[in-house]
Structures are given as structure tokens and as C-alpha cells.
Design a protein around this ligand. Structure first.
Ligand code: ATP
Ligand code: MG
Length: 444
């Protein structure tokens, strides 16, 4: 029987031709988060299953249907379905919360959820996320939301809406749960199986049910905003004031409850309508009870996560700009073993100085080597044969213009090549400026 060597359903290969897009998102997200005082954290791919049961919540879809769990030597482990639980666990275990607050960390990681694969919904997907622990102030909510917004803006994303809501604290939620229960109790027969259980244990989860019938029923359900206690109400008002002051447009959407149980007070989503049903590119909120729930002190915290695949789908659709992939700076075409050895040595030195240098590793003839260099988009090419070795100099050809400059093959080769390279870069910058001026002129 043939071995199944296809990738599992719901996973994706990220190929070299696309990886610059990932680098773009990662670079911008990192730089933005760091400018807000966040540092990177890296956590394990799997954790004890109990961590997710306790934090994400036993009545959530994630825990009930989507976790990849293995039992190894009688212990249950789960591939992380999200990054918050593991991050908070790591902060607690390593004593970060005893240091200066707020603690601010970001992460880029893959998550695993057993969902029905479709565009923008994978079984292994990637998140950029962050958590801030220590502040209960609404200014922290504004800070985290404006950080997410800055990332989306710097990525050049358009037509993304911000929805915010408050789902209150345990005090206001007790009253709200009562109201929800009596509302759903009256239409219990129409609810799906899972929602029957939710009605008992956690009626707010019904609002997040994906079944069309349940969704229809939730339309007229009581809204949490009418049940907020004074503190939660004030917190939400302040947040709205700060966002307005920052010129961040938002809509209050009382239907947002988020798919994870640990949220309190502020929840938010950035949503686009351009990529169909999987339009939430970023989701987050406050989770003031989580740290205590996981055995730590009572430390308020909040965060968000962005789905990188979804961001890229939107960016592709909107023809966004990406960082240009690095091409080969210089390719050495060689004839004979001595020339090859020389190319090896010079390439080695150039690489030490950060240049991308290549030479033939395929035993190709000179013509085929040049063809390859062309295909690679090499900026410069150099032919080294017996003549060049004898004369002690080579001609460095700029591929775009065909211009050639002779450079001695001595210990100044690298320095001379660098000035050539630098000139070329300066010239193309000037060209760009010229082009900019011309087009600006046209627009005037
Ligand atoms: P959705 O409602 O779309 O299922 P969610 O509420 O489950 O999202 P979160 O747990 O908050 O999502 O995860 C944060 C972000 O991660 C989402 O906004 C989305 O961009 C991304 N994401 C979540 N699940 C998937 C998935 N299966 N495939 C790809 N991206 C995902
Ligand atoms: Mg989900």
C-alpha cells in the first residue's frame, strides 16, 4: 500500500515564494508591539489538557469539539488551540507577575483546532497575539485596541471595522444570566442539543452558537449592556472616550461575546466583510479573572490575537504591498575547478558582509549558468574563467543595464564590489524619487 504522504486536511505549506508575505506581517506586528513596550515570549506547542479546560472553558466549542488531545503515559496533553492560556501559565510559572507591572508580551505561534477546513478556517493556523497583565484601567484597553489597529493600518488593510462590547464582570453577569435563562427557557425546545447543556451551565455561550436556528432565536435575547454594573459601565464609557480621542472608529455590537470563556468587561473584534464568513481578523478582550483562576494572584489582564492566514487573505485580495523578497546580489559563473574555488572563496567573504552570493553547484555550462542567474533575478553577475584568473581581474556586470565594471581579483575585491553595489542602490533610489516626483507632478 502506498504511504500517505499528503499533508493532513486543514493544514497548509508555506512555500518560499510566499514567505516574504509572512515576513511582512511578522515584521510589522513585532515592530508595532515593541514600540508599545511589548517583548516576545515563546511557549510550548502543547500543554496539559487541564490548562485549556480551566481557562478556555469547558462549555466552549474549542474545548468541547476542537482540541487535539493525546494521552501519553497516562497524562493528557493538548496541542494549543490558542496562545493566551499557555502565555499566562508561563508568566505565572516564571514569576513574571512579581516583576514591574504591567507585564507586556507578544507571540507568533501556530494553533490547532479540529474545525471543518475552509478558506480562512484551518486546523493548524497561525496567530500574532499579545497579553498585558497588571492594569485594570480602561486606558490599557484603549492601548491594546489601538495597538491592534496600528498593526492593521501599517499593513495597509482597508475596510476593516472595529466592534466593541462589554460583557461585564461576574456581578453584572449573574443578573444577565438569569435574564438569558428565562428568555431561552421559553424557547428551549427549538435550541440545539449543545445549547440545552449551555442553558444549564453557561447561557451566554448560546449567543455564540453557530447553528442557524439558535442564532435566529438569539436575535431578540436580552443584551448584556443593559445589565452592566456601575463599575463596568464606567469602564466601557471611558474606553469609548479614549478611542474617540485617538480617532479610532468603532461600533458597539452587543452580540459579541467571543468564543472563549475567560473574558470580562471589554471584548472586541476587527472584522472585514471582504472575505466571506471568516471575516474576523482579530479578536480580543479583557480577562480579569483568568490569572487567579489559574492559581495566581488577582491580576487583571487583557490581550488579543490576529489570525495571520486571514490577514494574508485580505492583503492578497486588496493587492497590499509586501516587503520585496531578497534576490541574489551577485552570481559567479565559473569555468573550471580553479575558478569554482575562487568563486567559493569570494562568495564566502561577501556573505560574511551580508551579501547574497551564489555560484554554480550543478556542474552547468556557462550559458546555462547565466540563464539561471537571470532567472534568480541576480543584481550582478561575474564570469570567472582561466583568462580572468590569469589577468587577476573580472568584469562585474549589472544585469539591469548590462553595464560592466572591471574589478581586480585581489584583497580589495569585496570593498570595490561594495562601492559598486552601493552606487547601484543609490541610483535606483534616485530613480524612485524621480518617479515619485513625476507621478506626484501628474496628480497635481
Ligand atoms: P471564529 O469566530 O472565526 O471561529 P474565534 O472566536 O474562534 O474565531 P479566536 O479564538 O478569538 O477566534 O482567535 C483569534 C483569531 O484567530 C480569529 O479572529 C481568527 O482571525 C483566527 N482564527 C481562529 N480560528 C481559526 C482557524 N480555525 N483558522 C484560521 N484562523 C483562525
Ligand atoms: Mg472559532
Amino acid at each position: 500500500m502506498a504511504v500517505n504522504v499528503k499533508r493532513p486536511n486543514g493544514t497548509e505549506d508555506i512555500l518560499p515564494k510566499d514567505v516574504h508575505k509572512w515576513h511582512t506581517v511578522e515584521k510589522i506586528a513585532r515592530e508595532t508591539a515593541e514600540s508599545f513596550g511589548f517583548s516576545e515570549i515563546r511557549i510550548p506547542t502543547f500543554e496539559n489538557t487541564e490548562l485549556f479546560m480551566r481557562s478556555v472553558g469547558e462549555t466552549t466549542d474549542v474545548v468541547q469539539k476542537e482540541m487535539y488531545t493525546v494521552t501519553a503515559k497516562e497524562t493528557k496533553f493538548t496541542l494549543r488551540p490558542e496562545g493566551t492560556a499557555g502565555t499566562i501559565r508561563a508568566m505565572l510559572q516564571n514569576g513574571l507577575l512579581n516583576e514591574a507591572l504591567p507585564q507586556r508580551v507578544y507571540y507568533i505561534l501556530s494553533c490547532f483546532r479540529h474545525e471543518r477546513p475552509q478558506a480562512g478556517r484551518l486546523r493548524e493556523f497561525h496567530q500574532f497575539g499579545l497579553e498585558m497583565a497588571g492594569s485594570q484601567a480602561p486606558s490599557a484597553d484603549a492601548e491594546v485596541i489601538s495597538l491592534a489597529k496600528s498593526i492593521l493600518d501599517r499593513l495597509g488593510l482597508k475596510n476593516i471595522e472595529l466592534y466593541i462590547n462589554s460583557i461585564g464582570c461576574p456581578t453584572c453577569r449573574a443578573k444577565y444570566h438569569e435574564a438569558l435563562r428565562s428568555y431561552f427557557e421559553a424557547r428551549k425546545d427549538e435550541l440545539c442539543e449543545t445549547c440545552h447543556e449551555r442553558l444549564e451551565k453557561n447561557p451566554m455561550r448560546i449567543l455564540d452558537c453557530k447553528s442557524p436556528v439558535c442564532q435566529e432565536i438569539t436575535k431578540d435575547a436580552p443584551v448584556i449592556l443593559d445589565y452592566l454594573c456601575e463599575e463596568c459601565g464606567d469602564h466601557f464609557e471611558k474606553l469609548k472616550k479614549y478611542l474617540t480621542g485617538l480617532n479610532i472608529d468603532f461600533k458597539v455590537n452587543p452580540k459579541i461575546v467571543r468564543g472563549l470563556d475567560y473574558y470580562t468587561k471589554t471584548v472586541f473584534e476587527f472584522v472585514t466583510t471582504e472575505i466571506g464568513a471568516q471575516g474576523t481578523v482579530c479578536g480580543g478582550g479583557r480577562y480579569d479573572g483568568l490569572i487567579e483562576q489559574l492559581g495566581g494572584q488577582k491580576v487583571p489582564a487583557l490581550g488579543f490575537a490576529m489570525g495571520i492566514e486571514r490577514l494574508l487573505i485580505v492583503m492578497d485580495k486588496q493587492n497590499s504591498e509586501f516587503l520585496t523578497p531578497r534576490t541574489c546580489d551577485v552570481y559567479f559563473s565559473t569555468m573550471g575547478d580553479n575558478a569554482l574555488e575562487k568563486a567559493m572563496q569570494i562568495s564566502h567573504e561577501l556573505r560574511e558582509f551580508g551579501y547574497r552570493a551564489e555560484f554554480d553547484l550543478m556542474g552547468r555550462g556557462i550559458k546555462a549558468q547565466m540563464k539561471y542567474a537571470n532567472k534568480m533575478g541576480s543584481v550582478f553577475t561575474v564570469v570567472i574563467g582561466d583568462n580572468e584568473l590569469e589577468n587577476g581581474s573580472v568584469r562585474v556586470k549589472e544585469m539591469e543595464t548590462g553595464n560592466e565594471v572591471e574589478i581586480a581579483l585581489d584583497d580589495k575585491f569585496r570593498a570595490n564590489f561594495e562601492s559598486l553595489y552601493f552606487n547601484k542602490m543609490m541610483n535606483s533610489l534616485e530613480d524612485d524619487e524621480l518617479l515619485n516626483n513625476l507621478t506626484n507632478g501628474e496628480n497635481k
